[in-house]
Ligand binder design. Structure first.
Ligand SMILES: [Zn+2]
Length: 146
């Protein structure tokens, strides 16, 4: 799937699952969303966190999408940091429940992954949250400010 199609699909899924804070997606155009999603640079996002994201179950991509935009918008506050990580869990649970019946072991696998990933971000993500975002949108903004 190409990037634009992927982003469109993630937008659609965020609506379908009525995910928390999906409004944040509407603040950006497609090109910006492409830059932000997985475009948060190595300075801001350590390799292991990136790897943790790519190891997530595919159904959590839409949850990671919203989480990425929140991190792109980071105000470096403790409150929003905790809120973003908690939301990752809640949105992950919502996706798992919408996609898989209670009898389906995948529901529990996805919920577990969402909880663990939210916890990992909360425990080890602080320096990433507080360092400046290196995505193309932020780089352009910085260059414009010079
Ligand atoms: Zn950014």
């Amino acid at each position: 799937m190409n990037r634009l199609k992927e982003i469109k699909e993630l937008k659609r899924l965020s609506e379908e699952f009525q995910l928390e804070n999906r409004e944040i997606i509407g603040k950006y155009n497609m090109q910006e969303l492409c830059s932000i999603y997985n475009g948060i640079g190595p300075d801001a996002f350590p390799e292991w966190l990136r790897n943790a994201i790519s190891a997530l179950h595919p159904s959590l991509a839409v949850v990671a999408f919203i989480h990425d935009i929140e991190w792109h918008e980071s105000d470096q506050s403790r409150e929003k940091f905790a809120a973003s990580n908690d939301r990752f869990k809640r949105n992950g649970y919502a996706v798992a429940k919408a996609q898989f019946g209670w009898y389906n072991p995948r529901r529990w696998i996805v919920m577990n992954q969402a909880r663990r990933f939210g916890n990992v971000c909360q425990l080890f993500g602080w320096s990433a949250w507080t360092s400046s975002c290196e995505c193309a949108v932020c780089r352009k903004k910085k260059e414009g400010a010079k």
